[in-house]
Design a protein around this ligand. Sequence first.
Ligand SMILES: NC(=O)c1ccc[n+]([C@@H]2O[C@H](COP(=O)([O-])OP(=O)(O)OC[C@H]3O[C@@H](n4cnc5c(N)ncnc54)[C@H](O)[C@@H]3O)[C@@H](O)[C@H]2O)c1
Length: 257
Amino acid sequence: MNIMFENKTVVITGACGGLGSAMAKRFAADGARVAVCDLRGTDAIVDAITAEGYAARGFEFDITDRDAVRTAMAEIAEIYGGIDVLVNNAGINVDSEGRKHVDDFSDKWWDLILKVDLDGTYNCTKLAIPYMHDGASIVNISSIVGMVPLRNQCAFTAAKAAVINFTKAIAMELAPRGIRANVICPGTIGIAITNQLWKDDGAMTGLLSHIPMGRQGNPNEIANATAFLASDAASYITGAVLPVDGGWTCGGYARNF
Ligand SMILES: NC(=O)c1ccc[n+]([C@@H]2O[C@H](COP(=O)([O-])OP(=O)(O)OC[C@H]3O[C@@H](n4cnc5c(N)ncnc54)[C@H](O)[C@@H]3O)[C@@H](O)[C@H]2O)c1
């Protein structure tokens, strides 16, 4: 399969993170002009992409700040003449100390996670749509916990489940304009944060026992799936939920009994 984004403008939020930076590099290498969006520190990713001879530019704003999102989307559209792909990838979760049952869960974490993971996705989508060309594509990054809840992460679970249904709703609304909207649900992907969470051997062995493929994913595997759903190769796919999880959500037992 040859996926090309030549002359396409691709907006990626959270593009300095583990998955977002892999996506930014992947889309750029496929010919896109990438708007590298994050809270701060976009220079390193932009420099890495442009050093390879590809096109990228940094935009620093908070996706929870509607005025800032409105300004950024207008600026991106002005510079590039519209938007072809929006990847709502920015997201947060509780750290390991914050993982608690609902009765003990921090209200501060609840408010923040819903604000970033759900409201942020809504803000960027709503405020990018006026600039999206007919036939454009939106890919929202949820999580397998949006499909199959995990204990001690009620806010992340709720926000990511909401992202799935939000995406299905907008897929129906935007279909008449030929704009597709799909969701990717990553399983556990080996980046600095997840490696820290599962750092001891016992925890990692326990984690891997749930994954039929017996390993974590890597960021490029999420970038590949994102590029596929964003591309014309997925031209009849909208409102779809694609787990990229090594089989975690198959629903059977990964171990032999
Ligand atoms: N890594 C995994 O195993 C995994 C699993 C399931 C889902 N996900 C999802 O994938 C996406 C990317 O995660 P990641 O693993 O790369 O995490 P990450 O922490 O490496 O990257 C997230 C990025 O989002 C940015 N961000 C956070 N809040 C923001 C805000 N208010 N405005 C703008 N940018 C903001 C951060 O600065 C960071 O660069 C997230 O939505 C996450 O929930 C990741």
